[in-house]
Design a protein. Structure first.
Length: 373
């Protein structure tokens, strides 16, 4: 073999070594980037973070013209109205005074929910004499989960904006009572909301959003624009030509703090089903960590017969992914994981491949030496 051919052969071998090294390095980087401490993919980990709430948001589109619960839209598109089973007319009808009192419940992420995670809990809003005739007033009581107690758990689109609808963002977010037939100079009063029941401590009374200037302006944020009861005013007096007013009581779930599941869900989880391989000898701390993985898998309590709202409910477990718990490892094992699954295997493969190539080069050189000799 000539010197030129020898050099060409050696060059090919060097390129082979470089190519093999880069390929295996890329595979190693891919495994490290995709993998996680518990074999959870990066996308799944991001999804878990986004869904780390007591209960998932409802996404119930507002009714459109022709739908069962659509009512009317103003000719000038200044407002839109939806049918509400809690909308009542005074008899005798005293005038054009009308209004609404609503409750909006938000999860930790600020999205509307119906209270599936806080059963046997109520919020009570005292109302004045002017609407004591209303069957849902005196006082106005909202029971959670709303889907278990009402034909129409949410009926109003109070917050957000959209180019497609005159008011709201096109998705229902509130539970309301409505009234019509009060005198144009009538007065509306309501008291401070009182939260009671099993999960009262898991609910924060954010505040009140009151507007008594005829048309409801939905371009407000329920969390940022809610104010104290004293600042809201506790009611209003009709004054022509303004004969409409509304107030929304804003509540928010606080069952999850610092990214951990609250007590309101862990009580419903069977510790033997957590898939973490925990034994009777493990400490209480290990049991809590194991239970935390599956807290959000509790199914919705809403009956399938509530077809008007079920389409907006989400029953996908918040934090569980197909990879979680399948290996039967203990809950504390992930705490000591180096976070680099597959690195040892790929590293070994890389070392073996490089060594094999180097040995091949050495053997080739020996053959060439013998040939030349």
């Amino acid at each position: 073999m000539s010197t030129q051919e020898t050099r060409q052969t050696r060059g090919r071998i060097v390129l082979l070594v470089i190519g093999t090294t880069l390929t295996l390095a890329a595979l190693s980087a891919g495994v490290l980037f995709v993998g996680g401490p518990d074999g959870v993919t990066q996308d799944a980990a991001i999804g878990q973070s986004e869904q780390n709430v007591s209960e998932p948001a409802i996404e119930k589109p507002a009714p459109e013209p022709g739908d069962e619960w659509y009512e009317a839209t103003a000719a000038d598109e200044s407002w839109i109205s939806y049918i509400n089973p809690r909308d009542e007319y005074r008899s005798p009808y005293l005038g054009s005074g009308s209004g609404k009192i609503c409750v909006t419940l938000l999860n930790e992420a600020g999205d509307p929910v119906t209270g599936e995670s806080i059963p046997d809990t109520t919020v009570t809003i005292p109302t004045g004499e002017s609407i004591e005739w209303h069957s849902s007033a005196d006082p106005f009581v909202v029971e959670f989960p709303m889907a278990d107690h009402y034909e129409r758990p949410i009926d109003a689109d109070q917050f957000g904006t959209s180019d497609d609808v005159p008011q709201g963002d096109g998705y229902l977010d509130s539970h309301c009572i409505e009234w019509h037939g009060l005198p144009e100079d009538g007065e509306i009063e309501y008291g401070e909301a009182e939260i009671e029941g099993e999960h009262a401590d898991d609910i924060d009374l954010v505040g009140y959003v009151q507007q008594d200037d005829q048309a409801w302006d939905s371009a407000v944020d329920p969390l940022e624009d809610a104010v104290s009861y004293e600042e809201a005013g506790g009611g209003w007096t009709y004054s022509e030509p303004l004969s409409h007013g509304q107030v929304v009581v804003v509540l928010q779930l606080t069952g999850i703090e610092g990214g951990e599941t609250g007590e309101n869900e862990s009580d419903d989880v069977d510790p033997t089903d957590d898939g973490a391989g925990s034994s009777d000898d493990e400490s209480d701390d290990a049991d809590v960590q194991s239970d935390d993985r599956d807290d959000d898998t509790a199914p919705s309590n809403e009956s399938a017969s509530e077809s008007n709202e079920s389409s907006g409910e989400a029953s996908v477990p918040d934090n569980e992914t197909p990879e979680n718990g399948d290996d039967g490892s203990g809950a504390n094992e992930s705490d000591t994981d180096d976070g680099l699954p597959g690195f040892g295997l790929v590293g070994a493969m890389l070392a073996v491949a490089v060594l094999s190539v180097l040995l091949g080069i050495r053997r080739r050189r020996s053959q060439e030496t013998e040939f030349v000799g």
